[in-house]
Ligand binder design. Structure first.
Ligand SMILES: [Zn+2]
Length: 323
């Protein structure tokens, strides 16, 4: 008899006893997703990772990471107990309450479109679940203007999801993705440019352009990390000596982007520059032992990077705080 059988027999015996002494009642299934938020303190700041829901990328193929065959990617996924039917990424937006300002980093895909799979577009629902009212957000900081980062600025009907927020992004990022001449490149660019225009152009009057090294709010500093897009920007968040870096899309996959950091990602505007930026970021995070939040890593995407041989490894961090 195996241990499993013994356990099962014990459980069955227990169930028989319970049936004899208590009445069971049917309860309806909730059929509601788990609220996706994770809160911790960073010095005097309160930080809440808010999930926009998983992003379903479709079956692994030879284009997901440039230079990685479908077979090799499938093998990497299998080896790490990840689904092989579709490459799935999470979407970790971030709210930082500095005590004076309430800042949201990135806005997810927006609730209306299911072009990114059935699970995305949950930011607003999860914000409310976390006790944060969208109207209370003072600033929305965009790491970049891809669909899964800025399409949640506006509702489908063209209203602002964050009516009281100033929008922060780099000027070259705004110019690139709102340039209608880029829409003709292919269908993907057509979708990206149309959505960026819909979400960014109506907010132009409340937008502030950010420069490398600029302090957007006390304790929140822009770090230029181009490559994935032209104006992609990470943010250093610091309070009372504690640090966290929001790396946005410097990396996309918690296994592949660490073990094979020199592979460009499918949607990089400049893959070679993206690789150089990633290596620089990994080396800095590893040597200085600074925690990061990575937008697309498994929720909540908070953790450390360490060197491992010629490559790197991701160490998820619990960041537990008694609040
Ligand atoms: Zn992204």
């Amino acid at each position: 008899m195996t241990n499993f059988d013994m356990t099962r027999r014990t459980l069955l015996a227990g169930a028989a006893t319970l049936t004899a002494t208590s009445a069971f009642a049917k309860a309806p299934m909730t059929n509601k997703p788990t609220p996706g938020f994770h809160r911790f303190k960073l010095g005097a700041f309160e930080v809440t990772v808010i999930s926009d829901g998983p992003l379903v990328m479709g079956p692994p193929n030879g284009d997901t990471f440039t230079g990685l065959t479908k077979e090799d990617l499938t093998q990497d996924l299998t080896r790490n107990h990840l689904p092989t039917s579709s490459v799935e990424l999470d979407q970790n937006t971030l709210v930082v309450n500095t005590g004076k300002q309430l800042v949201l980093f990135d806005t997810g895909t927006g609730a209306g479109s299911k072009a990114f799979g059935p699970y995305s577009g949950r930011l607003i629902a999860n914000l409310r679940a976390a006790g944060i009212h969208p109207a209370a957000i003072d600033g929305v900081i965009l790491t970049h203007a891809h669909a899964d980062h800025c399409f949640g600025l506006m509702t489908d009907r063209g209203a602002r999801n964050f009516p009281n927020a100033k929008i922060y992004m780099t000027e070259n990022e705004f110019s690139f993705w709102t340039d209608e001449s880029k829409a003709g490149i292919n269908d993907m660019m057509k979708m990206m440019v149309a959505g960026a225009r819909k979400n960014l152009v109506p907010n132009r009057d409340r937008m502030a352009f950010v420069k490398d090294g600029e302090e957007v709010a006390p304790g929140i500093m822009a770090i230029s990390t181009p490559g994935h897009t032209v104006g992609h920007t990470s943010y250093g968040i610091q309070s009372q000596g504690q640090k966290l870096i929001n790396i946005g899309d410097v990396a996309h996959h918690h296994i592949v982007s660490l073990e094979k950091p020199k592979l460009p990602f499918a949607f990089d505007t400049d893959g070679a520059q993206g690789v150089a930026t990633r290596l620089k970021m990994w080396n800095m995070l590893a040597s200085e032992r600074i925690p990061m939040v990575a937008y697309h890593f498994p929720f909540p995407g908070v953790g450390y990077v360490g060197k491992q041989g010629d490559a790197y490894r991701y160490f998820p961090a619990l960041m537990r705080t008694v609040l």
